[in-house]
Unconditional design. Structure first.
Lengths: 286, 286
């Protein structure tokens, strides 16, 4: 930045005239109450997509881990046949778990972005716009959902290339998208809640590292709940990741699933997450 | 929509005995302030004088009890959204999102201020042109110089046609030419829109040159108030009354400030927090 030329101070007057300033004199009308939330969600998601368009590095680097899980872990355990999968190849069984896991990894570190935005003053600026805190958090949660959704598409493509027999039924794929977005909204809110408590990027990194693996291993992503010891089954029961994986398996592979329960739990968890993160947002504004 | 009857219709901002405490620290301690509609009001003071905290109370970022603050008659304690719709806010840090282009940065604020889609592009173009960034609009903000980022933030604030523009240390960390550039654009826009400007700074020369009225702030409250000329003349009169020769040059604002704040300014002022945020800004400017 330092080598960029300083702004010429005289450029203003002539430039101002050719685009006009008429619109800058008239404040916009406030939007009707019910339209505010969707508008904020669109605004935050648009930012996320624009950033991804300018810099796709993240898209590629994030594809490495799930590819390795499916290629190495998936293919090896398919041969070993150690895990009861209900008659399907293990790599098929694993694919929805890896979609859920890699989407969760993105969301669980989303709070780092909000701390960065606070340090940069962006968060304060957004908080001085007519955006209630819950609407801002919901917008951010869905923006994280968009990121996770793109990740899910990448993993689905990798899985398909590895020969996993996934559904191509558009309605079911829509259900997959909804599942990923809802779960991502929850995990990103969890992350933003922790951000509101620890208030620093380094500590949030630590927390993120500490909880991702327990959430992953304490779910049905790698193995069915039935083979877990009793205490781990209890963990899995309160772990939203298990419900996400259950729904994804049901939708993508057609295995027996509890879709109504899964969507109910994920939607409820996301709502709780939004409430928790928005109540702590004030600490980040201070 | 209740107007403060004692303040009258010509007040853009009034603070009445505003106080805010961080733990043990009384950052703002009985601040009385009134900013008239249409003027450029400068809040001056050293680091740690409470300027930024006062700004955060006015911008709804910090919760204040009812009755302490009015923005065009609206109390932030009761009508937070109404206050925010009247404000354009540029925080101390250079807060543009480096991962987006200049235009995308402004579009985000057009969206969160509910500017309808049909006029969004035009309004954004006008805001960018008003700060002389029309040509650089589609470059990533990461390629901007410090002065350009500041002007981009002005465009973000202007896109919603605010009645009150609040600038927290707008020229901190900028070189002299970029500083002049930022002020030239503020004044050009003000000439067209007639909006009120509330600015904090610790550059006395800038305040002298660009502010209609100045409030000198020290230890959380206003210690002196008036036009720059009044403040300097007041000190000259006091000095003459104390026996100084009439041939002495007119004191500068800095002299006025030293006179009011007394000695011990250097060890009183500032704190780690300020130093850190200033460094952060300096670092981002490059």
């Amino acid at each position: 930045m330092s080598e960029a030329p300083a702004a010429p101070p005289t450029a203003s007057a002539d430039r101002t005239s050719d685009a006009g300033t008429a619109l800058l004199l008239r404040p916009p009308e406030p939007r009707a109450g019910w339209r505010l939330l969707p508008a904020r969600i669109v605004a935050m998601c648009a930012v996320e997509l624009q950033k991804l368009r300018h810099d796709r590095t993240e898209l590629y680097t994030r594809a490495v881990q799930p590819a390795l899980w499916l290629l190495i872990f998936g293919q090896t355990f398919t041969r070993i046949r150690a895990i009861p999968t209900g008659g399907i190849p293990y790599i098929d069984y694993l694919a929805p778990g890896i979609i859920a896991q890699s989407a969760m990894f993105i969301a669980i570190f989303y709070g780092i972005q909000i701390i960065w935005e606070r340090d940069a003053g962006i968060l304060n600026k957004l908080l001085v716009t007519p955006t209630p805190r819950a609407a801002l958090i919901t917008g951010k949660a869905f923006a994280s959902g968009v990121k996770s959704l793109i990740q899910a598409v990448v993993v689905i493509v990798i899985a398909a290339l590895l020969g996993v027999a996934l559904t191509w039924n558009p309605l079911k794929l829509l259900g997959v998208a909804l599942t990923v977005v809802l779960a991502s909204a929850f995990f990103s809110c969890l992350s933003m809640t922790i951000a509101g408590i620890v208030l620093s990027r380094d500590r949030l990194m630590g927390f993120g590292q500490a909880i991702t693996m327990p959430l992953f291993f304490g779910s049905n992503a790698l193995y069915p709940v039935s083979v877990m010891p009793g205490w781990l089954q209890a963990v899995s029961k309160v772990n939203p990741l298990s419900y996400e994986v259950d729904a994804l398996r049901g939708l993508l592979l057609g295995t027996p699933a509890h879709l109504a329960l899964d969507f109910g739990v994920l939607a409820g968890a996301a709502a709780l997450g939004v409430a928790a993160a928005s109540s702590l947002l004030g600490r980040l504004a201070r | 929509m209740t107007r403060d009857t004692t303040a009258g219709p010509a007040e853009a901002v009034t603070c009445t005995a505003l106080a805010y405490t961080f733990g043990e620290t009384r950052a703002v301690d009985g601040l009385d302030l009134s900013v008239r509609e249409g003027e450029v009001f400068g809040l001056l003071g050293p680091n740690g004088a409470g300027k930024t905290t006062a700004i955060r109370c006015i911008t709804t970022l910090l919760p204040v009890p009812a009755g302490m603050v009015r923005v065009f008659g609206h109390d932030p304690a009761a009508e937070r959204m109404a206050v925010r719709r009247l404000l354009g806010y540029v925080p101390q840090q250079l807060s543009a999102d480096a991962g987006l282009t200049g235009r995308e940065n402004v579009v985000l604020f057009a969206r969160v201020f509910d500017i309808p889609r049909r006029e969004r592009a035009d309004r954004v173009a006008q805001a960018l042109a008003a700060v002389g960034l029309a040509d650089a609009a589609d470059r990533l903000a990461s390629t901007y110089s410090g002065g350009m980022v500041r002007r981009l933030e002005l465009a973000q604030a202007l896109v919603s046609a605010p009645r009150l523009l609040i600038l927290d240390e707008p020229t901190i960390g900028l070189d002299p030419i970029a500083r002049t550039g930022v002020w030239d654009h503020i004044n050009a826009v003000r000439a067209v829109t007639g909006m009120t400007v509330l600015v904090t700074t610790h550059y006395m020369d800038e305040a002298d040159q660009y502010c209609d009225r100045i409030g000198l702030m020290h230890r959380g409250r206003i210690q002196a108030l008036g036009t720059p000329a009044e403040l300097r003349q007041g000190l000259a009169d006091r000095r003459r009354a104390a026996g100084a020769p009439a041939t002495d040059p007119l004191p500068t604002l800095e002299d006025v400030f030293r006179d009011i704040a007394g000695s011990g300014l250097d060890d009183q002022s500032g704190g780690f927090r300020d130093v850190r945020s200033t460094r952060r800004t300096a670092h981002r400017v490059g």
